[in-house]
Design a protein around this ligand. Sequence first.
Ligand SMILES: *[C@@H]1O[C@H](CO)[C@@H](O)[C@H](O)[C@H]1NC(C)=O
Ligand SMILES: *[C@@H]1O[C@H](CO)[C@@H](O)[C@H](O)[C@H]1NC(C)=O
Length: 400
Amino acid sequence: MPPKLLSPLFPWLILLTLLLVYFYSSILHFQKPSSPISPSKAIPSSSSCNFFRGHWVLDPKHKPLYDETCPFHRNAWNCLRNNRDNIGLINSWKWVPQSCDLPRINPFQILSLMRNKNIGFVGDSLNENFLVSFLCILRVADKGAKKWKKKGAWRGAYFPNFNVTVAYHRAVLLAKYEWQQKEPEHGDQDGLKGRYRVDVDVPADEWTSISDFYDVLVFNTGHWWGYDKFPEETPLVFYQEGRPIVPSLGMLDGLKVVLKNMISIIQNEVPGKTIKFWRLQSPRHFHGGEWNQNGSCLFDKPLKRSELDSWFAPSNNGVNKEARLLNLLIEEALQGTEIQLLDLTHLSEFRADAHPAIWLGKKDAVAIWGQDCMHWCLPGVPDTWVDIFSALIRNILERG
Ligand SMILES: *[C@@H]1O[C@H](CO)[C@@H](O)[C@H](O)[C@H]1NC(C)=O
Ligand SMILES: *[C@@H]1O[C@H](CO)[C@@H](O)[C@H](O)[C@H]1NC(C)=O
């Protein structure tokens, strides 16, 4: 291995070498144009590699690290137990970043690196989906893992051999919000049933007292900022410093103010030594209609790159456009902060094939809730999120 401190030219030399090798190999029509001959393995877990851009490659040797018996599963996402069609195939796709290899997580190594430390997830059920994958993978290295739900956590585990806790705090809007029943004397001409008061400058109780406990935190919000969660008869109403914001804000303007406030709280109140991430939107794949309009995701392979824009570009006004729209707001709000982006959106956009769909493990679930084209099968795509997340943690801690 080369010494740690190299001239700033070194990465450019590597790049140049890569380009030359690539050029050379394409002239010679090598059978395998991608990784095997590239010297990228010699780069010590390169922090310059962009794990978020790349493509999926079918690799039958790629196998999940856990199965349906993991005690941390949530039933509706346990696609192995629910006998989802193609679950073997879903997990045979491997994410290959453009200019480097994505190392698979080594759960022993990550738990050893994190010894006496804790990792927290804060946000909505897509962060819970992420957490469950992480817990099932880490448990491979510590079968004594026990369920853990303290300090306001919704779901989590303690890994006794390493004294590591990993948990999820449910706070779907990040800010505090509460239901306010409409008072009867107000009549019901306006069609309102009540409203949800959102205090844009107050974090949800579930994560107010955790900032000293975790050494790594992963935030997200996004899936609840829609009119399906908060329709006109039960809208969000935004408050600041305890008073209603006037004129009242629409949902996306409300989100902007909440992001600004929550990010400033994270910046100011979570200790500087805590490693902070923000996970960008997890895309949905409802085809042919919204979730409550028979929207479906019965696909047997990932989308092609050329199909992504027609699914997700906001200008096409498709059913699933909100992921990229919300990402724009979130990225803008995060600019200039020390919070690192986990931009898992693009790699997930391909995976229309990897949601639980109709295999929800419960009779009538589809009739009542529709297909689930939002959460992910486990094992599945979030395992790749975990690979990237742990590679980034490793880069940071080993650089130390
Ligand atoms: C376990 O980790 C916590 C920090 O999360 C630390 O305070 C405690 O001393 C550790 N316990 C042992 C037995 O090392
Ligand atoms: C969904 O499908 C069912 C059964 O095919 C049908 O009765 C219903 O009208 C459809 N709903 C919508 C919103 O298309």
